[in-house]
Design a binder for this molecule. Structure first.
Ligand SMILES: NC(=O)c1ccc[n+]([C@@H]2O[C@H](COP(=O)([O-])OP(=O)(O)OC[C@H]3O[C@@H](n4cnc5c(N)ncnc54)[C@H](OP(=O)(O)O)[C@@H]3O)[C@@H](O)[C@H]2O)c1
Length: 333
């Protein structure tokens, strides 16, 4: 897609949304930065600022010549164990992250169809790729957007509308700053030890934060990438997560675990992600007769000695080895 035509960004008052609006405008898109309180748009130049609260349909007014929609507005909630998360918190989060996004999108589709096509870009989260404890509500809301986006992509490709999903890792914004503390789960004695372990892992990734402008550059690259895939990362960590999942599919039954702090997969001593993304323990996999592969993976990985030296390079080396081992294993049958 050439950088021209009209682009609307939701939640552009700050963080990733603001940076994406600035990047779109800088590249030549006629940009509308939408936000709950337009006063927050003071300081944004080279674009229009309009009020849009995704949870209030009366504020959702999209221009007729809409060509790009970036569904960025999002909220998080206290990181609690599922058993302690109140129904009201689930509803509140889904109101913005899912129902609000759907309402904006369903109004955008007929406009883009009438205009001959466009791009819908949903901002989800790389956290959906890993079984992170205490993020069930947030991850569920983002995973819902993933499923909606997949169906939508299949429905509207015929109208020249491309639907993509960008799955950020840790991007330096208010949201990241708010979550930079032990999970609220730590208040619950049953989960304290796990919450402490998670917090330890979380602190280990501070060096890997990506700035919002850098993430925005990658998001706009993805929007302009006509022949690209459905899903993108927008920072080194999320790219690594995405590649890992692709590798997991490749290898049929895969991956690893001790010490992969940021994804919290270290909650089990040895765990495996299967094709369906379900995490199984060594015992469960051995019961299913894949003990060989588990051992093979553990042997090949050499994780404990090399993982932290260059984590992302190791993900790729590891994946290659794992894929090869898995292929060899399955060739026996
Ligand atoms: N930062 C990360 O590390 C990270 C990682 C993965 C995914 N994400 C996702 O990236 C997106 C942007 O996050 P961020 O880090 O930039 O968060 P942020 O700094 O907290 O900004 C969130 C934005 O969403 C807006 N918003 C919230 N509720 C809204 C509503 N009902 N209608 C319209 N706008 C609303 C906020 O507006 P107000 O200013 O009015 O509150 C703000 O502009 C979110 O979808 C988030 O889930 C972020």
């Amino acid at each position: 897609m050439n950088a021209e035509g009209l682009a609307v960004v939701t939640g552009a008052s700050r963080g990733i949304g603001r940076a994406v609006a600035m990047e779109l405008a800088a590249r030549g898109f006629d940009t509308v930065a939408t936000m709950r309180d337009p006063a927050d748009g003071a300081g944004l130049s080279g674009m229009r600022v309009e009020r849009l609260d995704v949870t209030d349909p009366s504020t959702i007014r999209l221009p007729d010549d809409l060509r790009v929609l970036v569904n960025n507005a999002g909220v998080e909630t206290d990181n609690l164990p599922v058993e302690f998360m109140a129904a009201e918190s689930w509803r509140k989060l889904f109101e913005t992250n899912v129902f609000g996004l759907v309402e904006v999108t369903r109004r955008a589709v007929p406009l883009m169809r009438a205009g001959g096509g466009g791009v819908v870009c949903n901002i989800t989260s790389s956290s959906t790729l890993a079984p992170v404890p205490f993020l069930g509500t947030y991850r569920a809301s983002k995973a819902a957007v993933t499923a909606i986006g997949e169906s939508l992509a299949a429905e509207v490709a015929q109208f020249g509308i491309r639907v993509i999903e960008v799955m950020p890792g840790p991007i330096e914004t208010d949201m990241l700053a708010t979550s930079d503390q032990p999970a609220a789960a730590i208040e619950h004695a049953e989960y304290r030890a796990l919450a402490e372990k998670m917090w330890e892992g979380r602190q280990g990734i501070r060096d890997s934060y990506t700035s919002a402008p850098e993430a925005a550059r990658r998001i706009v690259d993805a929007i302009c990438d006509d022949d690209g895939p459905l899903r993108y990362g927008c920072d080194p960590l999320s790219e690594g997560d995405r590649q890992r999942q692709v590798g997991a599919r490749d290898a049929a039954v895969v991956l690893v675990i001790t010490g992969l702090a940021h994804t919290a997969l270290h909650v089990a001593d040895v765990a495996i992600i299967g094709v369906d993304g379900v995490v199984a323990t060594r015992e469960a996999l051995e019961e299913r007769g894949v003990g060989f592969l588990v051992e093979g993976v553990a042997d090949l990985a050499g994780l404990r000695t090399t993982w932290f030296a260059d984590p992302w390079e190791n993900v790729f080396i590891l994946l290659e080895k794992v894929s090869r081992a898995a292929r060899a294993y399955y060739r026996q049958y």
